[in-house]
Design a protein around this ligand. Structure first.
Ligand SMILES: [Fe+2]
Ligand SMILES: [Fe+2]
Length: 200
């Protein structure tokens, strides 16, 4: 794997290059949206732990991820406060909404788990790709470094979610569904407007 591809994590469609230029211009809105993403990431791991307490490996792997996501939330909040901003009201998360629409409903407990784990993996992969762009393009060195660190951390989470899926569901089934969801995610990205006030 080439170094430049190291943090694209199999995504089918790279982010529109216009995003990073406009994103830096609206760093306040990006940080607020980012804070909500970290909050949702922590809460999504907690939900999985609550829904699947009998799955020891899942509980073991995701418990420290909750703490990590929550520390990301805390650090984004610090970046906001440093600039004199607060969290503000939550916004509609169109990206996550559209992703949840392509998930399969029904099926047994393991099939539902697969959908949830892969959705989390997708969000981690896309966030990682966006953090990479922020790391490379943000002129504030401290903020750029912060996004580098987060990029590495979210890449680890992406690997955790895929590994957990393979722990409970046959690998072939996981990879087939993963490839299908990567296509769906690319189609969603393509439809979405390039916005300067959203992380996705
Ligand atoms: Fe995070
Ligand atoms: Fe994460």
């Amino acid at each position: 794997m080439e170094a430049k591809d190291k943090f694209t994590l199999g995504l089918e469609l790279p982010t529109d290059p216009r995003w990073v230029n406009i994103a830096e211009m609206n760093i306040r809105a990006i940080l607020v949206d980012h804070a909500y993403c970290e909050q949702k990431a922590a809460s999504s791991c907690i939900s999985l732990i609550i829904a699947y307490p009998e799955k020891d490996k899942l509980v073991e792997v995701l418990t420290p991820v909750v703490a990590e996501e929550w520390s990301h939330f805390e650090r984004v909040m610090q970046e906001l406060r440093k600039r004199g901003y607060g969290l503000d009201r939550p916004r509609k998360d169109l990206y996550v909404e559209k992703l949840s629409q392509v998930l399969r409903r029904g099926g047994n407990r393991e099939q539902q788990l697969l959908e949830k784990l892969l959705m989390n993996a997708l969000i981690e992969a896309r966030s990682c790709e966006r953090f990479k762009l922020l790391w490379k393009n943000i002129s504030d060195p401290a903020l750029s470094e912060f996004y580098y660190e987060l990029m590495v951390s979210e890449a680890g989470h992406y690997r955790n979610f895929l590994a957990l899926a393979k722990e409970y569901i046959p690998e072939e089934e996981v990879m087939e569904r993963w490839r299908a969801l990567l296509q769906e995610e690319a189609a969603i990205m393509l439809q979405m407007e390039v916005r300067d006030d959203r992380m996705h």
